[in-house]
Design a protein around this ligand. Structure first.
Ligand SMILES: NC(=O)c1ccc[n+]([C@@H]2O[C@H](COP(=O)([O-])OP(=O)(O)OC[C@H]3O[C@@H](n4cnc5c(N)ncnc54)[C@H](O)[C@@H]3O)[C@@H](O)[C@H]2O)c1
Ligand SMILES: [Zn+2]
Ligand SMILES: [Zn+2]
Length: 396
C-alpha cells in the first residue's frame, strides 16, 4: 500500500510499504477514505524528529471502512468507522475513569509516557499511522466509532481528534454560560475551541497572527485579534480591565514570538538523535510565548486550559505569577472517547451548530501530502485544515 512516511526534519514522502495485517482478535483493518494532517504532525515534522525513525508512517486522524475484522473486534466488514488518535483498551483503571489518554494497557512504559498514539514517534509507541491506504486498528473493539452512511466524511472525521480535543479544552477551561473565554491560536483546534465556547454560551475572544484564520473565526461570531501586545490590551479592555475568566492555549510549543527557544528547536531538529533527545529532556526547548500570554491575560482566580502540546522537560515557568494570580491550569492529551456522546449529535445535526462544514480548506490526494505539509506549516494558500484522500489520484 501507499503511506506517508517520515524521512527527516521537514522531509516526508509517500512510499510503498507492506499492507497491515490483523495481529490480535480485537484488531481491525480499515481502508482509509479520509485522513487529516494535524498541528501535532508539524511537531514531528520539526522538533520531535529525534524520536522518529526513517520510514515511520505518520497520521492520527483517519476514518474509513472495515475491510478485515478480528473475531473480538465487534465490527463487521463494511462498517464505516472513525478512529480516535489515542489507542485505549476501554477496560483498565484509567479507561474506566474516562482517562483514555492514560490507558494502562497501552501506556508506553519504556518512555514513561501515556497511551499509545497512532503515528506519533517512539515516545508514543511507534504505532504505524493513518496517512495511508490501510490502517491496522488495535483495540478496535473499544476505539472504533461506528458512524452512519448519510453524511460526508468531513462531518465525522474530526471526531478522531480536533472536536474532542477542542471540547476537552473548553471543558477543562471550566467555561459556563455568560463567561468570557480567550482562545490563543486559530488553527483547527483553536477554531473549534472558540466555536464550542460560543455553543456553550460564552463570549469568545481569539488571537492569531494569520488573517484568513481570524476571518474564518469571525464568520462564527468570534471576536478576533492579531497577536502581539495590542491584542492583550484590547482583550483586557474588552473584559473590564480584569481579563477573561478562562484562556485556552491552542498554540503549543511552536509559538511565534519565542526567538531563543526557536533556536533551541532548530538545534534539536538538527542534532543526531541521541543528542537531540538529551536536549529535549534537559533544556528549555518549548516556545512559551502563548503560555506566557495566557498567564498574563487570564483574570486573577481564572483558569488556563492547555491543549497545545508542550514537549520539553525543563521549560522555565513563571511560578511567581501563577501562584500570585491563583490560576488553575489543566492540560493533557485529549481523552477522545470520553466526549463522543456529546459530539456525535452535534456533527449529525443538519443545522451544523459547530460549523464543521467550514473548516477543511484543502482536500488532496495522499500523493500530494509532502506539498500539503509544507503548505500547512507555512500557512500558505489560506490553508487551515488539509484532508488527504488515499483513493484520489494526482490531478483529481
Ligand atoms: N491535547 C491534545 O490532545 C491535542 C490534540 C491535537 C492537537 N494538539 C495541539 O494543539 C495545538 C494546535 O493544533 P492545530 O492543529 O490547531 O495547529 P496549528 O499549527 O494549525 O495552529 C496553531 C495556531 O497558533 C497560531 N499562533 C502561533 N503563535 C501564536 C501566538 N504566539 N499567539 C497566538 N497564536 C499563535 C498559528 O498562527 C496557528 O494558527 C498544537 O500544539 C497541537 O499539537 C493537542
Ligand atoms: Zn491531531
Ligand atoms: Zn485502558
Amino acid at each position: 500500500m501507499k503511506a506517508l512516511t517520515w524521512q527527516g526534519k521537514r522531509r516526508v514522502s509517500v512510499e510503498t510499504v507492506p499492507d497491515p495485517v490483523l495481529r490480535e482478535p480485537t484488531d481491525a483493518i480499515i481502508e482509509v477514505t479520509s485522513t487529516a494532517i494535524c498541528g501535532s504532525d508539524l511537531h514531528l515534522y520539526e522538533v520531535l524528529g529525534p524520536y522518529m525513525a526513517k520510514g515511520d508512517i505518520i497520521g492520527h486522524e483517519p476514518m474509513g471502512r472495515v475491510v478485515e475484522a478480528g473475531p473480538g473486534s465487534g465490527l463487521a466488514v463494511g462498517d464505516r468507522v472513525v478512529i480516535p488518535f489515542n489507542i485505549a483498551c476501554g477496560r483498565c483503571w484509567m479507561c474506566e475513569r474516562g482517562l483514555h489518554s492514560q490507558c494502562e494497557t497501552t501506556q508506553v512504559r519504556e518512555q514513561g509516557t501515556g497511551a499509545r498514539l497512532f503515528g506519533y514517534s517512539a515516545l508514543y509507541g511507534s504505532v504505524p499511522g493513518g496517512q495511508a491506504e490501510f490502517l491496522r486498528v488495535p483495540h478496535a473493539d473499544f476505539g472504533a466509532i461506528r458512524v452512519g452512511d448519510e453524511l460526508p466524511d468531513h462531518r465525522y472525521l474530526f471526531l478522531s481528534d480536533v472536536l474532542p480535543t477542542a471540547w476537552q479544552a473548553v471543558k477543562y477551561a471550566d467555561v459556563t454560560e455568560g463567561d468570557t473565554l480567550a482562545v490563543l491560536g486559530l488553527g483547527p483546534i483553536g477554531q473549534m475551541s472558540a466555536r464550542i465556547g460560543r455553543h456553550l454560551g460564552a463570549r469568545v475572544l481569539a488571537v492569531d497572527p494569520v488573517p484568513e484564520r481570524r476571518a474564518m473565526a469571525a464568520r462564527h461570531g468570534i471576536e478576533v485579534f492579531d497577536y502581539g501586545d495590542p491584542a492583550i490590551e484590547a482583550i483586557r479592555d474588552a473584559t473590564g480591565g480584569r481579563g477573561p475568566d478562562a484562556v485556552v492555549d491552542a498554540v503549543g510549543m511552536e509559538a511565534h514570538g519565542s526567538p531563543v527557544a526557536k533556536l533551541a528547536h532548530q538545534a534539536v531538529g538538527l542534532l543526531p538523535d541521541a543528542a537531540g533527545r538529551a536536549m529535549m529532556e534537559h533544556a528549555g526547548v518549548d516556545r512559551l510565548a502563548a503560555l506566557h500570554t495566557a498567564i498574563d491575560l487570564v483574570r486573577r482566580g481564572g483558569t488556563i486550559s492547555l491543549s497545545g502540546v508542550y514537549g520539553g522537560a525543563a521549560s522555565p515557568m513563571p511560578m511567581l505569577t501563577l501562584f500570585d494570580k491563583q490560576i488553575q491550569v489543566r492540560m493533557g492529551q485529549c481523552n477522545v472517547k470520553a466526549w463522543i456522546d456529546d459530539l456525535l449529535p452535534l456533527v449529525e445535526d443538519a443545522a451544523d451548530p459547530l460549523g464543521v462544514d467550514d473548516l477543511v480548506t484543502h482536500r488532496l490526494p495522499l500523493d500530494e501530502a509532502p506539498r500539503a505539509y509544507e503548505m500547512f506549516q507555512k500557512k500558505k494558500d489560506g490553508c487551515v485544515k488539509v484532508v488527504l484522500d488515499p483513493k484520489a489520484t494526482l490531478g483529481t
